[in-house]
Design a protein around this ligand. Structure first.
Ligand code: AMP
Ligand code: ZN
Length: 508
């Protein structure tokens, strides 16, 4: 089988062919850093990580580029609302740059905790204003722009394929039928879908960041950064562009119009700007409407951790669904993911006699294509590896790939050392740190068999009972009682430590 991907452009599964043999250039829209990423946002990056890891597994060289939006993103995708960065900076009495740095650091902390491989290039919008200006000049020279009310707009009527990605019909939209609710009336716009490339007449008198440009001092519209930075790092034509499905009708539609609107006749002959558009479906909260950073109605990874989950429980939960299926978040589902991940790690722990065997296997590194190479493996192992690879090649079916690991571990027809080898290779894509976790399970067992850390502590029995009561309270979802016990112990200088074999405690 060859890699097949669902292309939003054309809405069908296609065989993937890279522009350059054996090399894939791809760009994923990164975070707007005015608040913490919510767990829905993080779904987009776990999906992108599955793509990144799969490409390496399948033997490709790759370049993964991600932007950090630290300027120009208004609360509405269509140039309406407040400036997200400026609004937070004002609320927190900090500079926009301080806000951006704080939430960028927080974002990467979450990325690391989810064991997401960092992109090869991370680029900040504010570091690429000149590239944006240069691109806008080309778009202007090609006759796609007009000035109105002090801002430079992209005129969508001049770009004949506008809306292909989202199957938008401009004529219908003009008549008002099916008009998207976020397309608000801007008196300056000739067409409702026109969008700002460069703002000079800021609605915000105290706009913190502005730059000189041929159109006056101002700042870029939101969409232009992705076109300018992706082309800078990946060239005028690249393989894959990703984002959440909310980006289809406005952000990515506009990115295409302006990128291809900047093309020369010769560029156009070389093919489209992007060949494959991949979009992840949303994570939704039970009973709630949309999870949204700007409304403040959202859950962060830290809030899951505070409730006693490991970040990898959330990764396990996400991998249980295909990226194109909507997922409903619930605490029950998180409990299920936690249990399954721990059970899997527990089973893997039983594959070795000593933790250092698993630890060593967990440290093995695989270059491109090496983890998938089954040379010298048993027939049964090859069969599993074949199914694992097929699942990934079938539009990145992570849930099926994950289930292969679970089957391998349970299959008595495979010897333990080979099972460990298979888990190590498959986890290069699944990214759950399975061997590392299993090693710590075994290590904890080894330790508890040899010493009692609380021997001679007169309060040990009482503290053990409180820790057990807290575990039960958490199981009963009585988080108030659980937190109360944690605080009480903390006041006595005792910290509860969550381990894969259950909670234990230590004195400060
Ligand atoms: P933002 O930081 O708002 O620009 O969004 C970062 C990424 O998260 C984008 O690719 C969005 O499409 C994606 N996204 C936003 N909300 C969700 C959600 N609830 N579920 C999955 N992806 C989302
Ligand atoms: Zn983008």
């Amino acid at each position: 089988m060859a890699l097949k991907l669902y292309n939003t452009m054309g809405r069908k599964i296609e065989e993937f062919k890279s522009i350059r043999d054996g090399y894939v250039g791809f760009y994923g829209c990164g975070p707007t850093v005015y608040n913490y990423a919510h767990i829905g946002n993080l779904r987009a990056y776990v999906f992108l990580d599955t793509l990144d890891r799969t490409l390496t597994f399948l033997g490709y060289d790759k370049k993964h580029v991600m932007n950090i939006t630290d300027v120009g993103h208004l609360t509405g995708d269509s140039d309406d609302g407040d400036d997200k960065m400026v609004k937070t900076a004002e609320e927190k009495h900090q500079s926009v740059m301080e806000i951006a740095q704080f939430y960028t650091d927080a974002f990467f902390r979450d990325i690391d905790r989810l064991n997401i491989i960092r992109p090869d290039v991370v680029c900040k919008a504010t570091d690429h204003i000149q590239e944006m200006i240069d691109l806008i000049k080309k778009i202007e020279a090609n006759g796609h722009t007009y000035m109105a009310g002090g801002n430079l707009y992209f005129d969508v009527s001049t770009y004949k394929n506008y809306g292909d990605l989202a199957n938008l019909n401009l004529d219908e939209l003009k008549e008002g039928a099916g008009r998207r609710k976020e397309v608000v009336i801007d008196e300056n716009k000739k067409n409702p879908q026109d969008f700002v490339l460069w703002f000079t007449k800021s609605k915000f008198e105290n706009q913190a960041l502005t730059w000189d440009s041929p159109w006056g001092r101002g700042y870029p519209g939101w969409h232009i950064e992705c076109s300018a930075m992706s082309m800078k790092y990946l060239g005028k034509h690249f393989d894959i562009h990703t984002g959440g499905i909310d980006h289809v009708p406005v952000h990515h539609t506009n990115e295409i119009a302006q990128s291809e609107g900047s093309f020369s006749e010769e560029d156009r002959k070389q093919g489209p700007w992007v060949n494959y558009w991949l979009h992840n479906e949303f994570l939704v909260l039970q009973g709630a409407t949309k999870m949204s950073k700007s409304s403040g109605n959202f859950l962060t990874l830290q809030s899951l951790i505070d409730k006693g989950y490991d970040a990898l429980d959330y990764r396990f939960f996400l991998l249980g669904a295909h990226y194109r299926k909507q997922i409903l978040f619930s605490w029950d589902a998180m409990d299920g993911a936690k249990k399954s991940r721990e059970a899997l790690a527990g089973r893997i722990a039983k594959l070795a006699d000593k933790s250092h065997v698993l630890k060593k296997a967990s440290e093995k590194k695989y270059g491109k294509g090496q983890a998938a190479d089954t040379t010298g493996m048993s027939e049964k192992a090859c069969e599993y590896m074949g199914k694992f690879k097929d699942a990934l090649e079938n539009d990145l079916l992570a849930p099926v790939a994950l289930s292969m690991i679970q089957k391998v571990v349970k299959d008595n027809a495979i010897e333990n050392p080979e099972k460990i080898e298979l888990v190590s290779r498959m986890d290069t894509v699944i990214g759950l740190k399975l061997l590392e976790t299993a090693a710590s399970v075994l290590e904890a067992e080894e330790k508890s068999a040899s010493v009692n850390p609380h021997e001679g502590d007169p309060e040990a029995a009482e503290i053990d009972a409180l820790v057990a009561e807290r575990t039960q309270a958490k199981k009963n979802k009585d988080f108030a009682r659980a937190d109360q016990i944690r605080d009480e112990l903390s006041a006595r200088g005792i910290t509860i430590v969550d381990t894969p074999t259950g909670p234990t405690w230590k004195r400060a």
